[in-house]
Design a protein around this ligand. Structure first.
Ligand SMILES: Cc1cc2nc3c(=O)[nH]c(=O)nc-3n(C[C@H](O)[C@H](O)[C@H](O)COP(=O)(O)O)c2cc1C
Length: 185
């Protein structure tokens, strides 16, 4: 199969990209608006990009009408966010939180997600997440119709660093995937 990604005809470049860049980690991002409304949404165009200092990057597309998503707007307003670790048990909630809730509605409230205080940032975290990264906005870039959010990780919490305990879920095409086999050594 051959795909001219500069002149797509008869295929969707999004589909090719998201089927070939796999599996992707999922950032379940909590954030706070300037008015103090909490927000929670998943993003899989996400990765760690530096470790000294630790920096993560999240790419957030604009909505069809050009509006920023609540997560991007909140992070630009209040400069902080938390990445909640996505374990297998959280799949359903993560998916529900990706629905387009209006900005004045908190996904924490609407989906009854229990929250817990973070250590270094004001943004609450998901109490049931087995790990979390507290981030402050380091840099924001606009790229085409995307908000690129570079976050400096200022604090991390984890029940364990063992993937057998964390049971991470990844994004595989439009689906979720579990880790079922690990190479030795
Ligand atoms: C697993 C998963 C991964 C997603 N990854 C992204 C992503 O990388 N970038 C993006 O803009 N939207 C992504 N979305 C869609 C957003 O979660 C969705 O647009 C959400 O409504 C944004 O919420 P907000 O307006 O509260 O920020 C993803 C959805 C799911 C279920």
């Amino acid at each position: 199969m051959l795909f001219d990604m500069e002149k797509p005809e008869g295929f969707d470049p999004y589909e090719v990209l998201t089927k070939l860049v796999v599996p992707r980690p999922i950032a379940w991002v909590s954030s706070l608006s300037a008015e103090g409304i909490t927000n929670l949404a998943p993003f899989s165009f996400y990765n760690a990009v530096c470790d000294e200092p630790p920096v993560v990057l999240i790419s957030i597309s604009r909505r069809e009408d050009g509006r920023r998503k609540d997560t991007a707007r909140n992070i630009l307003e209040t400069k902080e966010f938390v990445i909640n670790f996505v374990s297998e048990e959280l799949l359903e909630l993560v998916e529900e939180s990706s629905e387009d809730f209006p900005p004045e509605v908190s996904e924490f409230e609407a989906l009854h997600v229990e929250r817990a205080s973070s250590i270094k940032v004001k943004v609450p975290r998901v109490a049931k997440a087995k790990a979390w990264l507290e981030c402050v906005l380091l840099k924001h870039e606009e790229l085409f119709d995307y908000d690129l959010i570079f976050g400096r990780v200022v604090f991390a919490g984890a029940e364990s660093l063992d993937y057998r305990v964390l049971k991470p879920l990844g994004r595989l095409s439009g689906r979720f995937c579990k880790i079922i086999e690990i190479s030795q050594g």
